[in-house]
Design a protein around this ligand. Structure first.
Ligand SMILES: *Cc1c(COP(=O)(O)O)cnc(C)c1O
Length: 391
């Protein structure tokens, strides 16, 4: 048979479900189960010995047919050697860090990381005897000056949570690799549709699948994708903690992923249109959206990404906190809440936490997640509430 062309769009439809077997349901069922039984003790022992490998059915906690299919699908999308599913995005971050850190080691963490990443580093890893050092995410290749003999890994994010600086993934990945130091990148924002960091020199990509990957605000899940030997250690660590994703969640992830590309294409377009519109409003000082040149690291985004997610920040001209609170409360189409990447628009004021370099932007930072609503409705909602900021 001739080799047919195959793209990510084809993979999103064809992977993670039965093929070439009939008759068959299009989708895999929700697969519930604890004990797996074998016909012979020898077959049981073979499964036990291979239980750390994705695809080996041994016991419910180690995964099942559907979760292995999902791991395989994600590995194809991320161009990874290994993918391990976790119970949440936070679990993906903590399991990946537990796999690379140890007592007496030094961990470099970008100053703009997700709040719970900082919380885990400061609250748990330091207690384990890991020395945490926060660094300016825009350092690029100059990160080599922070490397020590004991440095085990660099943890960073693209772009930064809440503040959207886009680091030079290639420069940091290359510098760390040359020094034999692992890199862990939180790639939740871009998804593999817009960036595949493992192809840019990063060793490990973690993501909250609760956001775009599952995409419907109904599912908590995370994933760790990696290249090279590190995957085995990550998988063993995750199983050692007993972390596991639920069967219902696996089903929802396989369903959500089918539409990932078309959703991301919409969020790319809609996010840029809303950010452009907001940039034109008199209350707005600056838009922090990686596709705009007002965002630090915009050139890195332009070089390494082929699209932008629908989550961005806006800095409003300085005004008292109570005006921002009243503005947010006045919005009808934007829900107030954490997380993002579902189908619905969200808004949340952000107070950046910085310990390596101070946050010097004057003004009020507000984060917007653009959903699937009509953009004219979203603009009308914002237009009605924006005057509250200058009243
Ligand atoms: C939400 C988020 C997480 C955590 O994911 P959960 O699935 O909510 O645990 C991690 N990293 C980033 C960048 C996030 O936005």
């Amino acid at each position: 048979m001739p080799q047919l062309p195959k793209t990510m769009s084809d993979d999103l439809v064809q992977l993670g479900r039965p093929a070439r077997r009939e008759p068959r349901q299009v989708n895999l069922p929700v697969e519930m189960g604890t004990t797996v039984v074998f016909d012979t003790l020898a077959a049981f022992e073979a499964a036990r010995d291979g239980r750390y490998q994705s695809g080996t059915l041994y016991y419910g906690r180690y995964g099942n047919t559907a979760s292995f299919e999902l791991e395989k699908m994600l590995a194809t999308l991320e161009k990874a050697d290994d993918v391990t599913l976790t119970s949440s995005g936070v679990a993906a971050i903590t399991m990946a860090l537990m796999a690379v850190c140890g007592p007496g080691k030094h961990l470099l963490v970008a100053d703009h990381v997700y709040g719970n990443t900082r919380g885990f580093c400061d609250g748990v890893l330091t207690r384990m005897g890991v020395e945490i050092e926060y660094f300016d995410p825009m350092l690029g290749a100059a990160i080599v000056h922070l490397f020590r003999d004991t440095t085990c890994a660099v943890m960073f994010e693209a772009p930064g949570s809440g503040t959207f600086e886009m680091p030079d993934i290639r420069a940091i990945g290359t510098a760390a690799r040359d020094a034999g130091i692992a890199t862990v990148l939180d790639g939740t924002w871009a998804t593999p549709i817009f960036c595949q960091p493992l192809t840019l020199g990063v060793d490990v990509v973690v993501a909250s699948m609760s956001k775009y990957l599952t995409g419907h605000s109904d599912c908590m899940m995370g994933m760790i994708a990696s290249r090279g030997d590190i995957g085995a250690q990550i998988r063993k660590t995750t199983f050692a903690f007993g972390d596991k994703t639920g069967s219902q969640e696996v089903f929802l992830a396989l369903r959500g992923l089918r539409t990932l590309k078309m959703r991301m294409e919409h969020f790319d377009k809609a996010g840029r249109e809303m950010a452009t519109w907001l940039a034109g409003q008199p209350q707005v000082k600056k838009v922090l959206h990686p596709a705009f040149d007002t965002c630090p690291g915009h050139a890195n985004w332009a070089r390494d990404f082929n699209g932008a997610a629908g989550l961005f920040g806006v800095i409003f001209h300085p005004c008292p906190d109570d005006r921002v609170r009243a503005f947010v409360d006045a919005l009808h189409h934007f829900g107030i809440g954490v997380s993002w990447g579902g189908y619905e628009s969200l808004v949340l004021p952000v107070k950046p936490v910085r310990t390596a370099t101070p946050w010097t932007e004057d003004g009020q930072l507000v984060r917007f997640n653009i959903g699937l609503e009509d953009l004219d409705s979203l603009k009308a909602d914002l237009a009605a509430a924006l005057p509250i900021l200058t009243r």
